[in-house]
Design a protein around this ligand. Sequence first.
Ligand SMILES: Nc1nc2c(c(=O)[nH]1)N[C@H]1C(S)=C(S)[C@@H](COP(=O)(O)OP(=O)(O)OC[C@H]3O[C@@H](n4cnc5c(=O)[nH]c(N)nc54)[C@H](O)[C@@H]3O)O[C@H]1N2
Ligand SMILES: Nc1nc2c(c(=O)[nH]1)N[C@H]1C(S)=C(S)[C@@H](COP(=O)(O)OP(=O)(O)OC[C@H]3O[C@@H](n4cnc5c(=O)[nH]c(N)nc54)[C@H](O)[C@@H]3O)O[C@H]1N2
Ligand code: SF4
Ligand SMILES: [Mo]
Length: 876
Amino acid sequence: MAGAACQEVRSTCPYCGTGCGVLLRPDGAGGLAVRGDPDHPANRGRLCSKGLALGETLGLEGRLLAPQVNGQQTDWDSALDLVAARFRQAVEQHGPDSVGFYLSGQMLTEDYYVANKLMKGFLGSANIDTNSRLCMASTVAGHKRAFGTDTVPGTYEDLDEADLIVLVGSNLAWCHPVLHQRILAAREARGTRLVVIDPRRTASCDQADMHLKLRAGSDVALFNRLLAALHEGGALDAEYLRHVNGLGEALDAAFAADAAVTGLESSEIAAFCELWMRTDKVVTIFSQGVNQSTSGTDKVNAILNCHLASGRIGKPGCGPFSVTGQPNAMGGREVGGLANMLACHMDLENSGHRAAVQEFWDAPAMPERAGLKAVDLFRAAGDGRLKALWIIHTNPAVTMPEADAVAAAIKTCEFTVVSDITAATDTARLADVLLPAAGWAEKDGTVTNSDRTISRQRAALPPPGEARADWDILADAGRRMGWGAAFDYQSPAQIFREHAALSGLAGSFGLDFDISGLSGLSDSDYEGLRPVRWPVSRSRQGGRFFADGQFFHPDGKARMLPVRCRPPAASQDRQYPFRLNTGRIRDQWHTMTRTGKAPRLSAHLAEPFADIHPEDARRLGVQPADLLRLSSPHGQAILRARITADVQPGDLFVPIHWTGETAPSARIDTLVAAAVDPVSGQPESKAAVVAAERWQAAWYGFAVSRRPMAPRTDYWAMTRTKTGYRAELAGSPPLGDAEAAARTLFAMPDAELQMMTDSSRGITRLALCRDGRVQAALFTAPEPVAVSRDYLAGLPGTCASGILTGVPAADQPDPGPLVCACFNVGASSILQAIETGGLLSVADVGAALQAGTNCGSCRSDIAALLARAAVPHAAE
Ligand SMILES: Nc1nc2c(c(=O)[nH]1)N[C@H]1C(S)=C(S)[C@@H](COP(=O)(O)OP(=O)(O)OC[C@H]3O[C@@H](n4cnc5c(=O)[nH]c(N)nc54)[C@H](O)[C@@H]3O)O[C@H]1N2
Ligand SMILES: Nc1nc2c(c(=O)[nH]1)N[C@H]1C(S)=C(S)[C@@H](COP(=O)(O)OP(=O)(O)OC[C@H]3O[C@@H](n4cnc5c(=O)[nH]c(N)nc54)[C@H](O)[C@@H]3O)O[C@H]1N2
Ligand code: SF4
Ligand SMILES: [Mo]
């Protein structure tokens, strides 16, 4: 820990489910140098831009450092006594189902285990759900329907050995960049084919052999067509099918399907089926384009059907592969932290499983029915059924569908507790009690990545202020509620041993999740634990599942499901003619509470946007850089329009990352209806319907400042820069006195002013200075402001006399928009190097500037710059 000042600490990246190993070297001043762990099997030393920038996210600015009750700072005893009393009181007066926990796939396994035990075994309710409901619930349900358990059959090695990899609803290049690079390396080495199935063109399509730009929500029809084609082409595996039930019904459904609903050419579909059929080693990777749908579970089973029927599962280089989003999405499923699970893949509704867990925990009360799933949990918080709600490690006021209603529910609920590392999230602002949590670099535990590998996360820094680890906070609350012995945990190692021992019970019921081989770890074994893939028991060790055709349904067989394509719940109509697709960008993590602190991560895409097809833009009279107003029955949003044929006519794509703290008009889940999949309860986050129109502002602005700004305009979006902050602004009432507006925006009533106005064009440019150095600058115009943003963002703190021109003088470099976040290289620098150095390939650019040589996710942008520079042979 902190004492081991300069030694490298082996840990795991806290972002995506790839689960990359990191080596952290404390600098002795609260910072960390971060590099990839060459010995970790998930990444073998590689990191993406987000992992590489972890050291920039550690600052204490914005951290929650002490407990608060009703906005007043207090001590831990007062805060936790209150939490314990209110939860006990609610259970006593209104029954166990009057309380709830809403957790996160980013919690460590040990945190999760304690929360699940406290709610299910002691408070006696199953009202414990997590953001995994928004993320992986459809996969869990699909796996259980097909396999009898929630098992990810394959491993990352399968990506190295496959001959065909199909990405369905996954933008792997941006969301799991290290896995994507691993696939591209295999492609280089052995010619692996890559197919992308996504209604929009993404960075993952750049190196793909085929992009099937299907209509949103139509995946089931495509995979049904594939199943039928496998049958027609004689590609079913009769031997393997002896282990599988349901072929006949599934085929009937497949033959009844009409692939025309995908909107794809029949020749494209035929080429895809042909490629699949011809290739023995096929991995199908799927993610949120599959899960986040009202037919998410059916989409999962449509994919699993094809792998089961063709025997392409359980063998090297084969299998359906759900890549998990959050670093411990898998661990959360393993401890059973969802409202319809028990623990260790045991079943809440199975009385034998329930009795065994109750005895193991020595628990006073166990629920017999599933609890409320996320959407219903917040509805119950809003309508008074829940009397006490504890939200840990997640920001539902931003990320739940119908986010305005969720925010209102959190505020309305009689008693809400939020555990977070950040003081002012949209959710934290609504809570009665705030509890300061230790962050990823400050606490110990384990996480499980997408391929079932359990890795240690290790503390490299002391927790700041009074922050405590989540497991410790939960266990303390459990003791104060009166269950001293059950929650008498001294360390995460102790919790892990208990969890591992409980999994032995699951193993004895014949279930897949069994890590009882780790239940005897000593504290020092746990400290030194190397990455290990489950199962870990006397009879099983790591490896693939289902090679032997043994499944976990009572008859030991797998099940194929008859699935039929259903369109998304909401249909486009005259009032709401656009379909709203939502997702992620390369360099931000969810609500940006951590990645938003790193200037180079914020530089990639600094503003929320809506991608709109050129035909739609023309029809709506939308020009490049205009603002677009979106509205749905649930809310409104204003974002910058990006006109691009990457999206289909009638579709819009918007990123999910902006919040009340960073761009209040771009909180996208205010627009999204809470329609859920009937099997999994997972919301349809990618197919709401909205209206769109050009939003005409009276003025537009761009501002830079050394300190945070306090914008109060209809539209604003603020991000970090190396010198401070930058903001885009727009307002519908006229700006009026620009100087007064700027002084308020920057809270600088008496700084020196430099100002330039061009009243004929309505343009104002002003800078506020101290001692000759620029502190802040504001540029306004009646049209979207045209200035060099990257140049201006570098100026606060300098004595740049030419700031009011808005562009660099001829002798000064303008780095241009950031392209490579790993090495901080801008587009202008790359273009200049291409011209002056006569560079011909992405590899040349890498050799000259390092750009694109680490995580590789900007290589397609570099290729585009090479093409723009009109150099012949601009390929790799
Ligand atoms: N940079 C970054 N990486 C992340 C995260 C992050 O916040 N930032 N978050 C992590 C988490 S928690 C998750 S869950 C993963 C998510 O990882 P992904 O699922 O890869 O990411 P998304 O951008 O949500 O959505 C993937 C794609 O689904 C497509 N899609 C939409 N509708 C459909 C459809 O009907 N069918 C098909 N086939 N595709 C469709 C979208 O166009 C989008 O390109 O990323 C993880 N990694
Ligand atoms: N429209 C739409 N909505 C979506 C999605 C989508 O694709 N489209 N994706 C959905 C998916 S897949 C996901 S996973 C969710 C993600 O959504 P959320 O989980 O709500 O988003 P995060 O920003 O990851 O929230 C994590 C919170 O935990 C805090 N935190 C960080 N470290 C710690 C810690 O160690 N302890 C504690 N207690 N707190 C900590 C952070 O400050 C932050 O407030 O969004 C979902 N919502
Ligand atoms: S791919 Fe990037 S975000 Fe994901 S675990 Fe690895 S370094 Fe972290
Ligand atoms: Mo997720």
